[in-house]
Design a protein around this ligand. Sequence first.
Ligand SMILES: [Zn+2]
Length: 285
Amino acid sequence: MDPRSSWDLPALGALPRTAELEPLVTRVLAPNPSGMTLDGTNTYLVGAPGSGQAVVVDPGPPAAAHLAAVEAALAARHAEVVAVLVTHHHGDHAEAAAPWSRHFGVRVGAADPSVAGPGGRVLQPGEHLALAGTTVGVVATPGHTADHLAFRLESGAVLVGDHVLGRGTSVVTHPEGDVVAYLASLRRVHDLGPAALYCGHGPELTVDPGAVLAYYTAHRAHREQQLLDALAGGPSTVDQLVATVYAAVPQALWPAAAQSTRATLAKLTAEGRVRPGAGETVGLA
Ligand SMILES: [Zn+2]
């Protein structure tokens, strides 16, 4: 059971364009809503009040209207940008990193060297970045993608990118993602005891972040068991498994569900519980 079902969260599409989440953090919602990005991509401005500085986390898409909204939020904080940080390489988070780093005259920090770019900073897990009058901890959270990072703030809140979403659950991409790494990353963030989760998409999760992380872990185990139950009926293709396991999910999301399914089958194959069958099928080992 998703603990958020009893929380008072804003409905899909009802997130404010700009919101101050705590003195350290302002969120600016990008105008790119979709089935995968939910309300749109959340861009975060992080900086100590009065420092006159802010870090942009996940600039998102390079839309003029989004840049204008971010600059308005910076003006309201009386802050200038000192760095751009990126949680992972997907375009809905990273595409504006290069143009905005030029626009603001600052460097990009990311785990993926191609996102950090020439002159950028390749971030290492465990680093503590002294930026904008505060400290940002770099936390490895591979799983959704191989390069995924979370950023832990001095307040105890964690910016989690697509590791955890404000609504529903995230996708373990395939072949880049990794279910075993994803589960370890959920545990790693849980062990931080986060005061809040600020997600790449959807509302901030503040009521009981640990319960959401536990639900995410249980949800992956549930999907794995559903796959094993389906395969107990005989070998299946990935498409057949998705149609069975994700029957209650809108078909527009089935391509993403197929990626999570392939990622889970890779885990089960590595564990010797599933093996390739005839043609495109997989079956129980
Ligand atoms: Zn995303």
